[in-house]
Design a protein around this ligand. Structure first.
Ligand SMILES: [Zn+2]
Length: 383
């Protein structure tokens, strides 16, 4: 008789991982026993292939084992079936029945194994509610924009509206109509970026007052946020572009007392406490009188001295003066009113201007102004 056992087991590979077909098929024991009763040779071979399929790690490994047994070209079962013509009628009947049972058994194990692999893949993708969530990256407003928006909220609450004007500005709006003398040093090319002799990059947001007053009749209550430019040497506390916010209030009988009340409201809101302030006289061409508002230095708490692990020294923020300049302000100069066609006998007004970088640095203890423009998210994400 032909070597049925040899043909059926020839393609078993000892390199296959071995699995447990009884874990895949509930009726494995009965089916393999039924097969043994028909043909011990076929049962032994079928078990070998079933063990290989059960041990496969993926679909490709399953396919390899399955093909070794059942491939139509050279599968072991196909080759055994080809023995038929050389066998007796009885032998052929027994072998045929055994091969059919064995093939069905291998296919059942294969199907169960493929389903088991699918299930474990789904399990791996399943939502594990005990894992911490993954937070998506969400941007945020730049710290200067946060401070600007906070100031806009504050002044909006005091009845001020926003007015924006060009960053590339006529010299006459940036200087002339704001009462700068023709030979004022700010007009020097060392301080101002000139586009041409009549056009500059605005050096402050105050040109917005002129444009607003030329467009509108009093009363006016406006704030002017925006970027300004100075031809400065860049260092830790100077940039050649920065941000200001001016404010302007023009009407009948607007007084210095209104200015002081407005500035104190501002200081309390922005520094979030009842911070001591002082107002001292200072010269600006476009206001008369002009003042500077200082707040008590937050770093040294108004002592002028600063202590840390390296000892006590002069406060580096206020340079020992106990005060930090916050903004410039004053009553609008009559010449500015005349330049825009307002009658200084009829209306009065106050104005103020502040640097957003200065306020932001003071609030957050930032000592390096260039960080605002470096786009370093390690810096920006702190705010
Ligand atoms: Zn100080």
């Amino acid at each position: 008789m032909a070597d049925v056992r040899g043909i059926l087991t020839r393609r078993l590979d000892s390199a296959w991982k071995r699995g447990e077909p009884s874990a895949l098929l509930a009726d494995w024991a009965e089916r393999i026993a039924a097969l043994r009763a028909v043909s011990a040779d076929v049962a032994e071979a079928a078990e070998g292939y079933a063990v290989g399929i059960a041990g496969a790690d993926d679909a490709a490994a399953i396919q390899t084992v399955r093909n070794a047994a059942l491939s139509r070209e050279n599968g072991a079962f196909t080759e055994a079936l080809a023995l038929g013509p050389s066998l007796s009628v009885d032998e052929k009947r027994v072998l045929g029945k055994g091969l059919n049972l064995g093939k069905a058994l291998i296919e059942a194990v294969e199907k169960a194994k493929r389903e088991a692999l699918e299930r474990s893949k789904e399990d791996a993708n399943a939502l594990d509610v005990t894992l911490p969530g993954r937070r998506p990256f969400v941007g945020r407003p730049h710290v200067l924009a946060q401070v600007r928006d906070e100031l806009l909220d504050l002044f909006h609450g005091l009845g001020f509206s926003v007015y924006t004007s060009p960053e590339v500005e006529l010299d006459t709006y940036n200087f002339g109509k704001l009462n700068f003398a023709p030979d004022h040093p700010a007009r020097d090319a060392h301080d101002t970026y000139f586009v041409n002799p009549d056009v500059v990059l605005r050096t402050h947001t105050s040109p917005g007052w002129v444009r607003a007053m030329e467009e509108r009749k009093p009363p006016l209550r406006l704030v002017f946020p925006g970027r300004v430019y100075r031809a400065e040497a860049v260092d830790a506390s100077h940039m050649d572009q920065f941000h200001q916010m001016d404010g302007l209030y023009v009407g009948k009988n607007v007084s210095m007392a209104d200015l002081k009340a407005t500035l104190n409201t501002f200081a309390r809101a922005i520094y979030r406490r009842d911070v001591p302030t002082r107002i001292i006289p200072i010269y600006f061409p476009f206001v008369e009188p002009g003042v500077q508002m200082d707040v008590q230095c937050a770093t040294c708490k108004g002592t002028g001295r600063y202590k840390d692990e390296s000892g006590e020294r002069r406060c580096p923020v206020c340079k020992g003066t106990k005060w930090v300049e916050v903004l410039g302000a004053g009553m609008v100069h009559p010449n500015v009113f005349r330049a825009v066609g307002y009658d200084p006998e009829e209306v009065t007004g106050f104005a103020f201007g502040m640097g957003l970088e200065r306020i932001t640095m003071g609030r957050h203890g930032i000592h390096e102004i260039r960080q605002f423009l470096e786009n370093d998210t390690r810096f920006l994400s702190q705010f």
